[in-house]
Design a protein around this ligand. Structure first.
Ligand SMILES: Cc1cc2nc3c(=O)[nH]c(=O)nc-3n(C[C@H](O)[C@H](O)[C@H](O)COP(=O)(O)OP(=O)(O)OC[C@H]3O[C@@H](n4cnc5c(N)ncnc54)[C@H](O)[C@@H]3O)c2cc1C
Length: 365
């Protein structure tokens, strides 16, 4: 992200939701000198965020404009990591072979031409990269620039960094409604009826976003598919990076636990989530060398805040002064770009071209 001069004495902005998206927006606003209050029903760390696999990537299978946004976000993570060291971004890279061989070859060829650091690796190289894999793939893609964060801790770190720059964080403060007057948003209303005034309100409340913005006449169709991830008891360092195998995506968290799902978005928990967790754990056992001492510690089911067409809904709401939204899947990857672009839009009105396909107007008309 480019750096901008501070915006002096800008009218107050409220950000509703302190998951990774709201925390990033608040950090970027505070960094620009805005008077920002970050409000959460609980505490910074989020709901979807806390349940996330937290793979930072611009991987295979995304349309080109979305890849460019994701690559901008990955560059943003580099900048954030330098400015907020408590983020502890794990720049481990990822080893991926959950695609047919032809797609692996196309992925490596096409994406490396765009500057995404990917290369094909053979079985020997795959084994060197991840010796704990029981049967290394004969062909894989290694993506050197991919990363992960501990997602709830990262949201907390961004909120804390925003406070260092003068932001206020209000925890345990559910927002009951937006305060509306003459078709514009003038602040938020708390459960006890207290109104907190603001010049601009950004709603980044994950799956709660559509209900909060509906009274302002904003329709935001959202899906919230569930995703199940298991975690093991902590282990000494076992994996060198993210592993995207055909049956399973897995990474080793900073605390040594392995986090795994049938997909990075989590397995569909089905009717019996515990049985699904056992199946994912069995797949993890098969993936790793037999002598790895694995214990299933538990699992969690998160809900992915996913606008109806699968892509982010982000930006000022045309026709409703004083209101922006930011709701999306892949929010851990996208948080730095969304934070920087939306902060700029709120403070200056500039509309970032990379966000053009992701405007909420496409749902509102
Ligand atoms: C299983 C799973 C795996 C995933 N894997 C990845 C991945 O590998 N890579 C990736 O990039 N993305 C991944 N995602 C998606 C990513 O986690 C989400 O896109 C992201 O966390 C969304 O963040 P958020 O801040 O918008 O929402 P949330 O984290 O849900 O935060 C919303 C916040 O709003 C607050 N809130 C809600 N209502 C109110 C209210 N009325 N008043 C005040 N506060 C309110 C909540 O308390 C919460 O803190 C995954 C998601 C899941 C569930």
């Amino acid at each position: 992200m480019t750096s901008h001069p501070p915006v002096p004495s800008h009218p107050p902005v409220i950000v509703v939701g302190a998951g990774i998206i709201g925390a990033s927006i608040a950090w970027h606003l505070a960094r620009r000198g805005a008077a920002v209050t970050l409000v959460d029903a609980a505490r910074p760390g989020g709901v979807a965020t806390a349940a996330s696999f937290a793979w930072i990537n611009a991987s295979w299978g995304n349309p080109e404009p979305y890849v460019r946004l994701r690559m901008a976000a990955m560059a943003g993570w580099r900048g954030l990591d330098a400015e907020v060291p408590a983020l502890n971004v794990a720049w481990t890279g990822g080893l991926l072979w959950d695609l047919p061989e032809e797609d692996l070859r196309t992925f490596a060829a096409e994406r490396s031409a765009t500057g995404y650091a990917v290369r094909l690796v053979d079985g020997a190289e795959a084994h060197r990269l991840e010796p704990a894999i029981a049967v290394p793939p004969t062909l894989a893609v290694h993506a050197r620039g991919e990363a992960a964060v501990e997602p709830a801790a990262a949201a907390e770190a961004l909120a804390a960094a925003a406070v260092q720059r003068g932001a206020t964080v209000r925890t345990d403060t559910p927002v009951a409604a937006l305060s509306l007057a003459d078709g514009r948003v003038t602040g938020i209303v708390l459960a006890d009826g207290t109104v907190i005034a603001a010049d601009h309100v950004v709603v980044a409340a994950g799956i709660a976003t559509p209900a909060l913005v509906a009274p302002a006449g904003v329709t935001l169709p959202l899906k919230d598919p569930p995703g199940l991830l298991i975690r093991t008891a902590p282990l000494p360092k076992l994996l060198n990076g993210l592993v995207m195998a055909p049956a399973l995506h897995v990474r080793q968290a900073a605390d040594g636990r392995l986090v795994a799902g049938a997909d990075f978005g989590g397995a569909d928990p089905g009717a019996d989530a515990a049985a699904t967790a056992d199946r994912v754990f069995a797949d993890l056992r098969s993936l790793l060398a037999a002598d790895v001492p694995l214990t299933l510690e538990g699992f969690n089911v998160g809900r992915r805040p996913t606008p109806a067409d699968g892509f982010p809904a982000v930006g000022r709401i045309a026709g409703v002064e004083g209101l922006s939204v930011a709701v999306m899947h892949s929010g851990v990857t996208l948080a730095p770009a969304i934070g920087a672009f939306l902060a700029d839009e709120v403070l200056t009105g500039r509309r970032e071209p990379l966000l053009a396909p992701y405007r909420p107007e496409r749902f509102i008309g």
